[in-house]
Each structure stands twice: as structure tokens, then as C-alpha cells.
Design a protein around this ligand. Structure first.
Ligand code: FES
Ligand SMILES: [Fe+2]
Length: 329
């Protein structure tokens, strides 16, 4: 995992109501809950007292209460009450829950993979998706390392094969380029822009990336480190995916259909919902192949025999390998 980055880890709708939610993300058991002001908070799930799962507790007066001995924790992690010591007894700082910096934005919950005191960077996002867009979300658990799930969405070579009867229809097997350009993203997380030029094979070799010029055209695909992706279907229709790392062998995919043509609240909900079966089908076509790839986790120098069309995957691996030491990948 890359340190000091904001990761989209949950859909905001997964933490609603008064019940704390326990999940594994970024290789850790975590608990998410909302305080009295409905702000989302995130702790390591294990209670600092004797390791009970805080997700089995409850929210009481805006604090999270452990199910075992009733210690109460404020959203900043501070333990505010140890019932066995008496409500009036002061609580030493050492009883703090381990807090992770956490924010809610764009309908996702984001966790900072690093010290909370350093979580000053802006949340990464695709600015062309503004408040006029509405969305529907599909959640899909993939038993793969997150690198494989991300690389699948940067892979433009697979389209006519994996998706031969859906988005890859038309036998455009020749992969020109693709053209890749990096740009600054939010904070230190860079954004990869990819322009796709797949075409029919008419007997000539594919154009190299240097021979292509996207001009002012918006990139077909964008990947924003560490874990969000954007597919520009058209000015009014987009697909966004977040790849939430669970552990070394599992990733939760959040795939969203965004549109800004239908804006009436109920109507847009129906419209967005209607797009989901097609997205689910396309995702299931990817999943079938990706879950069987070996090895599970990728690196820049891992011995795969890559081709020109794999350029975006190489670019992703190069950037990621620079951002993290191999040992913690
Ligand atoms: S284990 Fe949580 S209060 Fe004791
Ligand atoms: Fe695909």
C-alpha cells in the first residue's frame, strides 16, 4: 500500500444509521461510525483496553461505546469514560483508540494511509464530475490483489476479447499507442491520462504513442493514484471505479455510473439504476479473467512479457514502484 495517500474505501451509504460498521480495508480491521454531528470517524477495530471488536459496540451520546466493558471513545479517539472507574474519574490519554484520519467526499469515505497529523492533502477527484451529476453504485468483491484489479481497467488490449459482445464489439484488435500523459492530481497523487486508439487490423503495424496527438480531446481513461479511475463515455456519461484494498488477496470494487442529462430526483434514480445491469455484465466479464491471473500481485520487474499496448500498465507499475518500497507492496 502506498503511504500518505487518501484511499476511497467505502461508499458513504455503507455507514449510515447508528450502528458502527466493521470492515477490513488497507489490510486492517477497522470500525467506521458517525458521531453526534453525523461526521464519519474511523478507528482500528480492536479496543485499546482488551481487544474487543468496537464494531460490536454502539454509538452513545455521539461517542462509540465498546461492547465489552463499556469504555466510551470520542470521534478524535480520546477515551471519555471508563465506567468501572466511575463517571467522574479522569481518563488518561493512554486509553485512546487508534484513530485513522477519515473524510466523506463525493459519496465515498476516504481513509488516510498514514499518520492522522499528516492528512492535510486534498481528497483526490475528477473535477469534471461536478454536483450536476448523479450516480448509481455497484459493489463487487474480487478475490485479487488491488494491483490486478486496477491494471485491468488500464488494459486496452483486452477489450475485443473479454468484452467481444459488449464494449469491445467490432473487432478493433489493433492497439495504436495508447497515448499516456501524467499530470498533477490532488496533493502528491499524480493522475494518468490515457487516450485509446484501438482500430481494425488492416495489415499495418500499430502507431506508436509518439505518432498520436490527442489535441484537446478529453482522455478516454484517467487513473488517479492511489485508487480511483474515470472512464469518459461522453460529456454527460461517465463511469468511475474505486478499488478499495481489503488485504493482499481481496479488493472491493465500487463501480459507479454517472450522468447529468436526467436531473429530476426520482427520474434520475430510475435512469441510473437502469444502467447497472449492463455495467454488472461488463464487470463480470473482467472478473472471470482477472481472478485467475497469476501471480496475484504485480510489480514493474516481475517477468511478464509486455507489449506496446500495455503502456498504461507499465506506466502504472513504474509510478507505484517509485511510491512504495517493494517490501511493503
Ligand atoms: S475491551 Fe473494550 S472496554 Fe474492555
Ligand atoms: Fe474490461
Amino acid at each position: 500500500m502506498i503511504s500518505n495517500q487518501w484511499y476511497a474505501v467505502l461508499d458513504a451509504n455503507e455507514v449510515r444509521g447508528r450502528r458502527p460498521v466493521g470492515v477490513t480495508r488497507l489490510g486492517q480491521r477497522l470500525v467506521f461510525w458517525r458521531d453526534g454531528a453525523r461526521r464519519v470517524a474511523c478507528f482500528r477495530e480492536a479496543c485499546p483496553h482488551r481487544g474487543a471488536a468496537l464494531s460490536q459496540g454502539r454509538v452513545l451520546g455521539g461517542n462509540l461505546q465498546c461492547p465489552f466493558h463499556g469504555f466510551e471513545f470520542a470521534a478524535d479517539g480520546h477515551c471519555v469514560c471508563i465506567p468501572a472507574n466511575g463517571r467522574s474519574a479522569p481518563v488518561p490519554r493512554a486509553f485512546e483508540a487508534y484513530r485513522l484520519a477519515c473524510r466523506e467526499a463525493h459519496g465515498f469515505i476516504w481513509v488516510w494511509n498514514g499518520a492522522p497529523s499528516e492528512a492535510a492533502e486534498p481528497i483526490p477527484w475528477f473535477d469534471s464530475i461536478d454536483a450536476r451529476f448523479s450516480h448509481a453504485t455497484l459493489r463487487d468483491l474480487w478475490p485479487v490483489h488491488y494491483t490486478r484489479a486496477i491494471e485491468n481497467q488500464l488494459d486496452v488490449v483486452h477489450l475485443p476479447f473479454v468484452h467481444h459482445n459488449t464494449i469491445g464489439r467490432g473487432q478493433r484488435t489493433l492497439v495504436n499507442g495508447p497515448f499516456v500523459r501524467w499530470e498533477p492530481g490532488a496533493g502528491t497523487a499524480r493522475r494518468m491520462n490515457i487516450w485509446v486508439y484501438n482500430s481494425h487490423d488492416e495489415g499495418r503495424p500499430p502507431h506508436r504513442a509518439e505518432e498520436l496527438d490527442p489535441g484537446a480531446r478529453h482522455p478516454s481513461l484517467q487513473f488517479q493514484f492511489p485508487n480511483i479511475w474515470h472512464n469518459w463515455i461522453g460529456d454527460n456519461i461517465r463511469i468511475v471505479a474505486a478499488f478499495a484494498p481489503i488485504d493482499d488477496e481481496n479488493t472491493m470494487l465500487y463501480v459507479r455510473f454517472y450522468q447529468n442529462s436526467v436531473r429530476l430526483p426520482l427520474l434520475r434514480q430510475v435512469f441510473n439504476g437502469l444502467a447497472m445491469p449492463a455495467n454488472a455484465l461488463i464487470l463480470s466479464q473482467d472478473r472471470r479473467v482477472v481472478v485467475r491471473q497469476v501471480p496475484k500481485r504485480t510489480h514493474l520487474r516481475m517477468g511478464e512479457k509486455l507489449i506496446q499496448g500495455d503502456g498504461p500498465i507499465i506506466a502504472y507499475r513504474r509510478e507505484r514502484d517509485e511510491l512504495i518500497p517493494q517490501s511493503s507492496a
